[in-house]
Write a protein that binds this ligand. Structure first.
Ligand code: GDP
Ligand code: MG
Length: 728
């Protein structure tokens, strides 16, 4: 009878969560890892007399101190010393998955390898000799298919047996790191052993490796434990680094990684075999790739596919969009009819219904866009896009994997920069990662789509689909150019070679596509319901208060009164030539009142104060308010414009859409629209993205990007405005 703690580790997407659920069923609870927002799931399993706490570690590719997830996973192993770790691996990508396993072996925690996704391996026609792998790695190996529960209890059984056998004893794996590093590492190991430096927690050799890798987390802990010894180790690491740089043109961490891969490659060679006879699916995939990734045809087909996505989105999505627009129009009318004129009615109609309705109206479009993107993603085509684009990306100092953050951020329009910036975690090179973080928010995220759609529909009604395509491509061009500029100046350095896995094509399942579409659409709608509702109300208040002082209102009343009296006194069938000038006079007074009232509000004052500068780019004060609100969330740009134009509208029809109002506004031209598109594309990302950027890099890098991008955006907007004006 005993109580055991087992950790369950693995790369992202290896089936870890599926495995965890299969093993623990409903008996799990969720907490947070101390000090971070990463979720910690624990499941309790009873097995005969034994109680097992199964802890789900964050999905990671490595155990460096590079990301929060890696640190959490590593600190759990070191601090909580689980009896055994189960490493769930995607056996279909064994080489990459072994990279994490080898690092756990280097630490020495007793390890069981779960070869998951064996169904995929069999389908691909590959053969994996798991007994051989057990011999070579010294770990127990169990084949599983987590999705249908095959082998999962055998995996748990093997882990429990190992826990009982080892009783907390660790046996670190020693890999050779080459003739330059090995002697230094031996020397470090002796020093560390002799001084008992951190040895209560981790093997001496492991600490030495971390000093060679310049692992900040370990070095800081080392300095606190024994600053003299730590500085000796740091000096040793620095000296050997200078040496390897000179002789091999590489830093120790790169050499260590190379030798780990070498070790893995050696195992793979004996463990994985490919039958000569290829499965039909693979050869069909290869046939398809001959066309789809063809040097000339490939990019053309890619452009064509992106264009079709737009066409379908516009033509099919426009139908339900019309329904929603009428629904919100009807709601506005009903509320207007039911409530007396006043602040409440204005808040409900101009603030809430117009603001949120303007954003929710785009839900059908976004849904259709996601439907097609999800299908492409699930089919394996997006991986091909990344593969093709890598050739281009290298030229701009980026990495092939940068494509993923770009696409997630809205590279095919409709993504979100928040997960996009988070997706940069898969980039191994820090410089390429910084550049990608900086420019990924240029992409057309779901929140910018409504802005572009509205402007395109208003000012380019005949070619709005083509304009949207140009905007999407323009975002890519700008992202690449700015990345190139960054990689030639502030973040100079060589690029990392790129290997991309191209899994065979797969028919997407309707269910999978629908779930992905639903998740993304719901995320968008939820944001509209919460953050945007709050901001809409705030902005409405800023655009309503403070109100004109009573004496000004009285003054306008004094102007109106005689005209109204005159009009009322007119005979039923007074000629139009008498009535019309009077009505015009009255409208002019009302117009002046509306104008003065809105200028008097907080928002009007801010927008007006900025106008002298922003008019260089053709932005009037209404646009200024919208763009300022857009920093809170880009969706707000449309809703704020809608609110700004629905208050104080005198000379336009009530039934006009925002697009028509913009076209009719004399202070907002086609040149302004083009400048606004460019500015919206490039200026500061929304504050949620900025916070994410800071978390993935640093606050100073996030601040640098906000200031840099906004400056660039304004510069280009001014240029575009003046060029368009000069040409038209
Ligand atoms: P995690 O990111 O490691 O937690 O991975 P998940 O548990 O979320 O699984 C990722 C995807 O792989 C899901 O679509 C699972 O249904 C699928 N999956 C998990 N295990 C298997 C397996 O053994 N075979 C196959 N074919 N798919 C699996
Ligand atoms: Mg998971």
């Amino acid at each position: 009878m005993g109580k055991y703690t087992l950790g369950i580790a693995g790369n992202p997407n290896c089936g870890k969560t599926t495995m965890f659920n299969a093993l623990t069923g409903a008996r799990q609870h969720v907490a947070n890892w101390p000090g971070v927002t990463v979720e910690k799931k624990i499941g309790v399993i009873k097995s005969g007399e034994d109680t097992i706490d199964l802890v789900d570690l964050p999905g990671t590719y490595s155990l460096t101190a590079y990301t929060q997830e890696e640190l959490v996973a590593r600190n759990f192993l070191v601090e909580e010393r689980p009896e055994v770790v189960i490493d769930v691996m995607n056996a279909d990508a064994l080489e990459r998955n072994l990279y994490l396993a080898v690092q756990i072996m280097e630490l020495g925690v007793p390890l069981v390898l779960g070869l998951n996704m064996m169904d995929e391996v069999r389908k691909s026609g590959k053969n994996i000799d798991s007994e051989k792998l057990a011999t070579l790695s010294g770990c127990k190996v169990v084949e599983t298919v987590a999705r249908n529960g095959k082998g999962t209890s055998a995996l748990l059984g093997a882990a429990l047996d190992l826990a009982k056998e080892k009783r907390g004893e660790w046996n670190p794996l020693n890999i050779t790191y080459g003739p330059d590093l090995d002697p230094v590492l031996d020397e470090m190991e002796k020093l560390i052993e002799a001084n008992g430096f951190l040895t209560d927690k981790v093997p001496a050799r492991w600490t030495g490796i971390k000093y060679l890798e310049r692992d900040e987390d370990v070095i800081i802990k080392g300095r606190m434990a024994d600053s003299d010894l730590s500085s000796t180790l740091e000096t040793m690491a620095r000296e050997v680094a200078a040496h390897t740089q000179k002789t091999l043109n590489a830093q120790p961490d790169a050499l260590i990684a190379d030798h780990r891969y070498g070790f893995i490659a050696g195992m793979i060679k004996d463990v994985v075999s490919y039958p000569v006879l290829d499965a039909d699916r693979i050869s069909r995939s290869d046939q398809m790739d001959k066309v789809l990734t063809h040097t000339l045809l490939g990019p053309l087909i890619m452009l064509g596919i992106v264009y079709v996505i737009y066409q379908v989105t516009f033509s099919v999505g426009a139908i339900p969009m019309g329904w929603l627009e009428s629904l919100f129009g009807w709601m506005g009318d009903s509320v207007s009819a039911a409530l007396p004129e006043g602040h409440l009615r204005s808040l409900l109609v101009s603030g809430i219904i117009d603001g949120v309705g303007g954003v929710l109206g785009f839900v059908p479009l976004i849904m259709f866009m996601f439907l097609m993107i999800s299908a492409l993603e699930d089919s394996g085509y997006i991986a091909r896009m990344a593969y093709m684009l890598d050739r281009v990306f290298k030229i701009f100092g980026l990495h092939g994997t940068s494509v993923l953050p770009f696409i997630v951020s809205g590279g095919i329009a409709g993504g979100c920069a928040v997960p996009g910036v988070m997706a940069t975690r898969t980039l191994r090179s820090p410089k390429e990662k910084l550049a990608t973080i900086f420019v990924a928010p240029y992409m057309t995220c779901g929140a910018k789509v409504p802005v572009f759609l509205m402007l395109a529909a208003a000012f380019f009604p005949e070619n709005s689909a083509a304009v949207m395509l140009m905007i999407t491509l323009g975002a890519w061009v700008m992202a690449l150019l700015v990345a190139r500029a960054l990689r030639s100046t502030v973040i100079r350095g060589a690029s990392t070679p790129f290997v991309m896995e191209l899994p065979p094509y797969r028919m997407p399942t309707l269910n999978g596509v629908l779930i992905h579409t639903w998740e993304r659409t719901w995320e968008y709608a939820k944001k509209a319901g919460t953050i945007i509702l709050g901001i809409s109300i705030l902005i409405w208040a800023m655009m309503t208060f403070p109100q004109l002082p009573q004496e000004r209102l009285d003054a306008y009343d004094a102007l109106r009164a005689p005209i109204v009296t005159h009009l009322e006194a007119l005979d039923e069938n007074a000629p139009e030539s008498v009535r019309a000038p009077l009505e015009e006079q009255l409208a002019a007074v009302d117009n002046a009142l509306a104008e003065e009232s809105i200028h008097h509000t907080a928002a009007g004052r801010i927008g007006t104060a900025l106008e002298p500068v922003t008019m260089l780019a053709g932005f009037n004060w209404r646009t200024n308010i919208a763009l300022t609100g857009g920093f809170a969330a880009k969706e707000v740009i449309v809703s704020t414009l809608a609110t700004a134009y629905s208050l104080g509208e005198i000379d336009v029809e009530d039934t006009d859409t925002l697009a028509q109002k913009l076209v009719n506004d004399a202070t907002f031209s086609k040149a302004s629209a083009i400048a606004l598109i460019i500015f919206t594309m490039l200026y500061a990302p929304c504050f949620v993205t900025v916070v994410t950027m800071a978390r993935e890099s640093s606050w100073s890098w996030a601040a640098y990007s906000v200031v840099g991008s906004t400056t660039l955006a304004f510069g280009l907007a001014v240029l575009a405005y003046n060029v368009t004006k000069a040409l038209s």
